[in-house]
Design a protein around this ligand. Structure first.
Ligand code: TYD
Length: 336
């Protein structure tokens, strides 16, 4: 596996994965295919400007021509590219279908034609739906939202390519992820950057929803572990076991910044909002996965990263079409 194709490599988890691979010299060459729609940002890979080991191809995963150019000479594909925000997919379900389902089909077809060694699909715990217990890998996929339904569709096509064509596929179902370079529309970076600016923090409904939080460094490590040691055809739950109530996460962010809880606003809930995610992660643990379980310390470190890298997120938040238009459309009618 000398040459990796990382789709969505300019996005949050993708760029952190590329950084890990190049820093640790886990591959000789990495090609990144990224559409740079809104969350993809070449600044996330600035560290490797002028580094011959990194090749960038601009394009969508649902664009066959772009995929052909990017996929021709690689050994494996890792698909990080997705429309990954639930709220945007509620406003525009079709965009989620295009990327999270159709795009996966195009990539699988290329992997088959070029006889790649492996294909890894970065999926999500959200394909299972919501639980009071724990999601296990054999559980039914019962997605509740357009985003997660499109991701579940993508995963099922991955499975079909393994069963039908013998493609050496792997799936990781990652939990909620946080850390450096996350686009400030997701819970943690949105709340951190709003709090820095003393803008209200919009908490959906009663704020008692529960998420399992994993640091992006662990997410990247877990994906690499599955890529190299996973059993083809299998889907791996990938989480930390750190479950936290949303409101507590938000309060932790405010405390880390020395800001008052009065910035919190309970706003109208997200429709179809999953109440709780938690996964049993025995299979990946058996491969040696050992995530950091000190959520509070990593959260504080993450808050510090956003404080120290203000120009990075401010440039994003100032974009009228990409950022502010969505914020206005989504949050305008959710006043508490
Ligand atoms: P998010 O980061 O969008 O991830 P996901 O929907 O994949 O879990 O949201 C995490 C949790 O935070 C989720 O329960 C929704 C909630 N949330 C808010 O309460 N307010 C917000 O403004 C956002 C973006 C999320």
């Amino acid at each position: 596996m000398d040459h990796l194709l990382v789709t969505g490599g300019a996005g949050f988890i993708g760029s952190n994965y590329v950084r890990m691979v190049l820093r640790k010299e886990l591959a000789k060459k990495v090609t990144v295919l990224d559409a740079l729609t809104y969350a993809g940002n070449l600044e996330n890979l600035k560290e490797f400007e002028g580094d011959d080991r990194l090749v960038f191809v601009h394009g969508k995963i649902q664009d066959r021509e772009a995929v052909d150019i990017a996929a021709k000479d690689v050994d494996v594909i890792l698909n990080f590219a997705a429309e990954s925000h639930n709220d945007r997919a509620i406003l525009d379900p079709d965009a989620a279908v295009q990327a999270n389902f159709n795009g996966v089909c195009v990539l699988l077809d290329a992997a088959r034609r070029y006889e790649h060694q492996r294909f890894l699909q970065v999926s999500t715990d959200e394909v299972y739906g919501s639980t009071d217990d724990m999601f296990r890998e054999g559980d039914a996929l019962e997605p509740n939202q357009p985003y997660s339904a499109a991701k579940a569709g993508g995963e099922l096509m991955v499975r079909a390519y393994h069963e039908t064509f013998g493609l050496q596929t792997l799936v990781t179902r990652g939990s909620n992820t946080y850390g450096q370079f996350q686009y400030p529309e997701k819970l943690i970076p949105l709340m951190v950057t709003n709090a820095i600016d003393d803008i209200p923090l919009p908490v959906y409904g009663d704020g008692q929803q529960v998420r399992e939080w994993m640091h992006v460094d662990d997410h990247a490590r877990g994906i690499d572990l599955v890529l190299r040691n996973g059993v083809p055809g299998k889907a791996y739950n990938l989480g930390s076991g750190c479950e936290r109530v949303n409101l507590d996460v938000v309060k932790g962010i405010l405390a880390a910044l020395g800001k008052p809880d009065t910035l919190i606003r309970n706003v109208q809930d997200r429709p179809g909002h999953d109440r709780r995610y938690l996964m049993e992660c025995k299979s990946i643990r058996a491969l040696g996965f050992d995530p950091d379980v000190n959520f509070e310390a990593r959260l504080e470190e993450t808050v510090k990263w956003y404080v120290e890298n203000e120009p990075w997120w401010r440039r994003i938040k100032e974009k009228k079409v990409e950022y502010q238009a969505f914020m206005d459309q989504w949050y305008a009618n959710r006043r508490g």
